[in-house]
Design a protein around this ligand. Structure first.
Ligand SMILES: [Zn+2]
Length: 362
């Protein structure tokens, strides 16, 4: 599926910023054979009218949203995030009923026990509590009649057609909308290469989100900035008040995204063949791709997460290993990411290895 119109303003000209042909559709740790991997054209383009950066090509959701992907909720940062967001929703909720879009295994609903809860999603997560009313459907074309409050925790930035989504909310008479969205500005300022990825399909600028909701009469009623470096998040409550539209905000993120991607690809140029890369996931995968484009072969990934250990990183021929397995290894390349200092420090305990990639050099 190709995007031909801007997700924010509907303008028809999107100009390409960066493009990665044959890029892995996912960044899962997998035991599947490499032949099962799906490769896509990962292209970020910017709207010539409003500046919003967005993916040109969209991946079939059934490829992206397997149960393996939806494991958020277990790290301490995510637990705190769910606690804070549940409190934010509870404080501003004016009805005892919620429809959550994309409930995963139920992390948020478990924190809102007094609410009549239903979940709308394209696929039911295997760990979702059986007591929950589950509705299968696409949130961009759903009939919201009878659902006064809708909640999205890290789902809004995954949408393919947010304009149509907000129109559907209005058409169904939804009064309250609660969003938890990554703070894209903080992520971009922090040089996070995966600020846009195969799942985060467009750059969610706070003012552009307000613009989109105001088009349908929704005004921002409450806002909380969750200042956590692992998951910096905007928490927003929109209320239907029939407000007038506001002028289209124009954003300037194209140059930053182009330079971030250019700098990232450059970092691998001094690495030798046969180097290990840390961490795995989307960040390591991007470095793997840039290395391959330069004719370099990566030996494997080093990652702290035990559930990746011994598994192949989707789209690559490489296995992930725990840091403790690297004592006999020669060289580890630490990706330029927000965890680089921690990773370097942790790896420095293994004196036999050479650590590549100075986090302070970016
Ligand atoms: Zn636009």
């Amino acid at each position: 599926m190709e995007r031909t119109q801007c997700v924010i303003c509907g303008h028809g000209t999107l100009s390409t910023l960066v493009s990665y042909p044959n890029f892995p559709a996912n960044a899962l740790a997998t035991n599947q054979p490499p032949e099962a991997d799906i490769l896509i054209n990962f292209t970020i383009a910017a709207c010539e009218q409003c500046g919003c950066a967005q993916l040109r090509h969209l991946v079939d959701p059934s490829v992206l949203y397997t149960d393996e992907y939806t494991v958020v909720g277990f790290s301490p940062s995510w637990k705190t995030h769910h606690d804070v967001f549940a409190k934010f929703v509870k404080t501003n909720l004016s009805t005892p009923r919620i429809l959550e879009i994309g409930g995963n295994a139920g992390a948020l609903m478990a924190r809102l026990p007094d609410v009549e809860y239903s979940v709308l999603d394209m696929f039911r997560h295997k760990d979702m509590p059986s007591s929950v009313t589950f509705v299968q459907g696409n949130c961009e074309s759903f009939d919201y009649t009878g659902h006064p409050a809708v909640v999205l925790s890290h789902v809004y930035e995954h949408l393919y057609r947010p304009r149509e989504f907000v129109a559907a909310l209005k058409a169904g008479g939804v009064q309250d909308v609660f969003l938890a969205i990554p703070n894209f500005e903080a992520e971009l300022n922090d040089s996070q290469i995966h600020v846009l990825n195969t799942q985060h399909t467009y750059y969610c600028d706070l003012e552009q989100i307000r613009y989109l909701f105001a088009l349908r009469g929704y005004a921002m009623n409450a806002y909380h900035s969750h200042e956590d470096r692992a998951v910096p998040t905007h928490m927003i409550h929109f209320k239907y008040v029939g407000c007038p539209a506001i002028p289209l905000p124009v954003i300037q993120v194209a140059d930053k995204i182009v330079s971030l991607h250019g700098n990232y690809a450059e970092t691998i140029k001094d690495a030798k063949d046969d180097v290990f890369v840390s961490p795995a996931g989307m960040i390591g995968q991007m470095l793997w791709y840039c290395a391959k484009a330069r004719g370099k072969l990566i030996r494997g990934f080093i990652d702290n997460s035990a559930d990746k250990h011994g598994k192949r990183l989707y789209g690559t021929g490489c296995i992930s290993y725990l840091p403790s397995s690297v004592t006999a290894l020669s060289e580890v390349f630490v990706c330029p990411c927000k965890y680089a200092s921690e990773i370097t420090l942790a790896l420095s305990a293994y004196t036999a290895i050479h650590i590549h990639g100075d986090p302070n050099a970016r």
